[in-house]
Design a protein around this ligand. Structure first.
Ligand code: AMP
Length: 291
């Protein structure tokens, strides 16, 4: 596995691979790799000749009051984990090389950022799209894989690729969960033991809504009520949003349909956790690992 920090060197490596007829996949991450990230590597490993994993905690997507400074970082562990899953190239740029000058020109998500996390985190998806565009331009992959755990992110990235005619296939992978249903996340490291016990209530809420949906319920207020029952029973969980949105426009809907996305965000202690299901699929369809 080659490790590269310089964007020009990364592009030179990538172009040489492409010139030799090899295909490349990119898995962008912020590091602190867990099984959710590693499954993205597994998925693309089967489809391309070279897998590049980027590790970059992108300052542009963090609000001024958010956890940029505290975000967990462990490059030694990540290096071993990425290598263990067959990564060929690890791209680990610094903020200084990614943003040598202020990022004046950016990619904007438009109305796709009006709901869910976009409404709660002004500028977040602009920061995400801008860095993903930069990573795409640096690595020039044929394929890039993202997790459905960040459902809004996957939608805005797919839309960027469509609207800006980027020659890259986007793969979106199911959410990898702990055995008790909690979606795996680097931010789960912020949870105390007591908070960790409470956190799966989010997934239980989504499962309850999914059950109601499968039972024929389509009214969003009743689906939300079903999801809220387990969540509200945990006072430590401070709900930020719980919405059902259209899978393309991400606009809230009043009547759910198959493929509508139910998404939730909640604060618990120092952590802000997000999760979602695609109605008709449910969290039960997601892979589970761990204890
Ligand atoms: P992050 O490092 O949190 O920015 O995540 C990097 C990529 O991994 C993103 O595409 C995420 O959606 C994806 N990801 C994070 N957690 C999970 C998970 N539990 N299951 C599947 N994909 C995930």
């Amino acid at each position: 596995m080659i490790e590269i920090a310089d964007p020009d060197a990364m592009r030179t490596w990538s172009r040489a691979e492409r010139k030799s007829g090899r295909t490349i996949a990119l898995v962008p991450t912020m590091g602190s790799l867990h099984e959710g990230h590693l499954r993205l590597i597994d998925r693309v490993r089967e489809r391309v000749d070279r897998v590049v994993v980027s590790i970059f905690v992108n300052p542009l997507q963090f609000g001024s009051t958010e956890d940029l400074g505290a975000y967990p970082r462990d490059l030694d562990r990540d290096r071993a984990a990425a290598l263990g899953r067959g990564t060929d190239g690890l791209f680990v740029p610094t903020a200084e090389v990614m943003y040598p000058a202020p990022a004046v020109v950016r990619v904007v998500p438009g109305s796709l950022a009006d709901s869910l996390c976009g409404a709660q985190r002004p500028g977040h998806f602009e920061g995400v799209l801008t860095v993903v565009m930069k990573l795409f331009n640096i690595v020039e992959p044929n394929l890039a894989s993202f997790g459905r755990k960040d459902a809004q992110q996957a939608v805005v990235i797919r839309r960027m690729v469509t609207d800006l005619n980027l020659p890259i296939e986007i793969d979106v992978a199911p959410t990898v969960r702990e055995r008790d249903g909690l979606a795996m996340s680097s931010r789960n490291a912020y949870l105390s033991e007591a908070e960790r016990r409470v956190a799966p209530a989010l997934a239980r809420g989504l499962d309850a809504a999914h059950e109601a949906f499968l039972g024929g319920e389509r009214a969003v207020d009743r689906l939300v009520a079903a999801a809220r029952a387990p969540i509200d029973s945990e006072p430590a969980l401070e709900l930020e949003y719980l919405e059902v949105v259209d899978p393309v426009s991400l606009a809230p809907v009043e009547t759910a349909e198959a493929a509508s996305i139910m998404a939730v965000a909640a604060r618990i202690g120092a952590a802000r956790l997000i999760d979602n299901i695609i109605l008709g699929e449910g969290t039960g369809a997601d892979p589970r690992v761990g204890q």
